[in-house]
Design a protein around this ligand. Structure first.
Ligand SMILES: [Zn+2]
Length: 175
């Protein structure tokens, strides 16, 4: 993989991780000011473990089916309660979700298109910008280099002609 692509994907990873971390921090802050919300979250975590265990010990009995249904119902009602609390505390429903720069690829650089994973338009743009800037920078460097060469060439010339003038003045006097 070429250097620019590697660097861009690294930047994407950093950006994505930061958005997730920020969302976790917002959630932690919200839970700390609202103990009831924290309680619900703990209950949900417990229910999730119970559900996983129930699924792993799956039995084809009516009792087991009822247990799974009960867990699902409890989880749904707690989720509703949690969402109600969050809505009361924050007006924006996206507040606790990570705020990704690109909604299409969620800052991964890749997005599903017609069932295939493709480079997202945002990353394509960044690749283009990087190459464009790089080639522009190169052009600028070349221009600067040429300018310096050009100037020093003329300075040498000028210097040379001044020396010649001084030499001829010394040798032949000022007539
Ligand atoms: Zn994107």
């Amino acid at each position: 993989m070429d250097y620019i692509m590697k660097q861009l994907l690294k930047d994407y990873e950093i950006k994505r991780n930061q958005a997730i971390l920020d969302a976790e921090n917002r959630k932690r802050d919200l839970l700390s000011v609202n103990p009831k919300l924290s309680e619900i979250d703990n209950e949900l975590a417990k229910l999730s473990i119970e559900t996983t265990q129930a699924v792993l010990n799956s039995k084809d009995t009516l009792e087991h089916k009822k247990l799974l249904d009960d867990l699902k119902k409890k989880s749904n009602s707690l989720m509703k309660e949690k969402n109600k609390f969050i809505k009361e505390l924050v007006k924006d429903s996206n507040y606790l979700k990570p705020h990704f720069e690109c909604k299409t690829c969620k800052d991964t650089g890749y997005a599903q298109k017609d069932g295939n994973l493709e480079i997202c338009a945002c990353l394509k743009q960044k690749i283009f910008d990087s190459y464009y800037n790089k080639s522009n920078a190169r052009k600028l460097e070349e221009r600067e280099f040429f300018k310096i060469q050009f100037q020093s060439f003329f300075q040498r010339k000028k210097c040379g002609s001044l020396q010649i003038q001084a030499f001829s003045k010394r040798k032949y006097g000022n007539y």
